[in-house]
Each structure stands twice: as structure tokens, then as C-alpha cells.
Design a protein around this ligand. Structure first.
Ligand code: HEC
Length: 158
């Protein structure tokens, strides 16, 4: 029977191929979703280098249900909208968009990164993928300690 050798060959081949993260869709229309929270990361903060600026977090309807129940179903999408923080005139205002970070829930498709697909669209351009196959090291490894909360840091408040 050659089923067994064929399976062994397939396994050997897939083990030797580079891992390609499944593509994460651009979150069209997210500005009209539910606003979860905002935060400003200013100079001096440990994450200023990568995440400095003013960010807003948005959830689609499924993700909002996930924030409320603690279980995020497939199709949940959360957006981390990072803008420059303009501190002129003793005010903190939104500046240019730096990146649109996305977490897209699909337990099977993104099994390698906790069931979430991670991507960042540079300057909010749907065509410019800043993360691609680096999702595990660039994003997931830092979210991993939040496993008990579905890998999500932020929480919903009434
Ligand atoms: C150094 C740790 C770290 C890294 C790396 C990181 N994140 Fe996060 N992420 C956070 C923290 C902390 C929050 C919560 C921010 C808040 O409460 O305003 C967050 C929030 C988010 C959210 C909103 C949902 C949530 O978990 O609260 C999304 C979406 C997100 N990150 C996407 C990404 C993407 C995409 C990448 C990779 C480009 C990434 N993150 C890399 C720490 C990280």
C-alpha cells in the first residue's frame, strides 16, 4: 500500500516548508464600529518606540459580544487605530494615522497565533501590510500572556 509512504512524504514536505500566516482582511468600515477605549502612549513609556501616540480600540458586533461574555467567536474583529499624538497648545489631539492594527478571530485559520490573525496596515492603507508572516513574533508573543482572557488586553466597561 502506498498510502502510508505518501502520508509520510506529505508530512516531511509540510514540515520543511516555511510557515505562511494566513492573510488577515482589512477591517473595512471599522470607524463606525463600537469604540472600546482610547489611550495615549507618550515619550518615556516602555512601548513608545512601537506604539507611541494616541490609539482608539474598536470592536465589531461579534467582538463586542466577546468583550461582554469573555468568549470571542469566529468573525470577531478588533482594531487598534494608532494615530500620532499632537501635544501642541497644551492639548492632546489626533494627528496623522500611523497604523491600523487588527486582530481577526478564526480559530482554525489562525491556529498558530491563538486563533487570532494579527496584521497592521501602515498609515491605514489596506494595501500596505506591515506584519505579514511576522505575526507570531511581532504581535502574538506579547498578547500570549492574556490567554485566559482570549489573548485580549483591553476590557469593556459600561
Ligand atoms: C509589547 C506588547 C505588544 C505587542 C508587541 C503588540 N501588542 Fe497589541 N496590545 C498590547 C496591549 C498592552 C494592548 C492594550 C492597549 C490598551 O488597553 O489600550 C494591546 C491591544 C491590541 C488590540 C486591541 C485588543 C486588545 O488586546 O486589547 C489589538 C487589535 C492589537 N493590540 C493588535 C496588535 C497587533 C496587530 C500587533 C502586532 C503588530 C500587536 N498588537 C503587538 C500589547 C502588545
Amino acid at each position: 500500500m502506498f498510502i502510508r509512504p505518501m502520508l509520510a512524504l506529505a508530512a516531511a514536505l509540510s514540515a520543511s516548508l516555511p510557515v505562511h500566516a494566513a492573510e488577515v482582511p482589512y477591517p473595512a468600515g471599522y470607524r463606525a464600529w463600537t469604540h472600546v477605549k482610547s489611550m495615549a502612549i507618550l515619550p518615556g513609556h516602555a512601548l513608545y518606540e512601537g506604539f507611541g501616540g494616541l490609539h482608539h480600540i474598536y470592536a465589531n458586533a461579534k467582538a463586542l459580544a466577546g468583550y461582554q461574555s469573555g468568549r470571542f467567536k469566529d468573525g470577531s474583529v478588533i482594531v487598534f487605530d494608532l494615530l500620532e499624538a499632537d501635544t501642541s497648545g497644551n492639548a492632546l489631539s489626533e494627528g496623522k494615522r500611523k497604523i491600523v492594527g487588527v486582530m481577526h478571530r478564526d480559530a482554525k485559520r489562525y491556529a498558530a497565533t491563538g486563533g487570532w490573525g494579527f496584521e497592521g496596515f501602515a498609515a491605514g492603507d489596506p494595501k500596505v501590510r506591515a506584519v505579514g508572516n511576522q505575526a507570531k513574533t511581532a504581535c502574538f508573543d506579547c498578547h500570549a500572556p492574556q490567554a485566559a482572557r482570549g489573548y485580549v488586553f483591553s476590557s469593556w466597561r459600561e
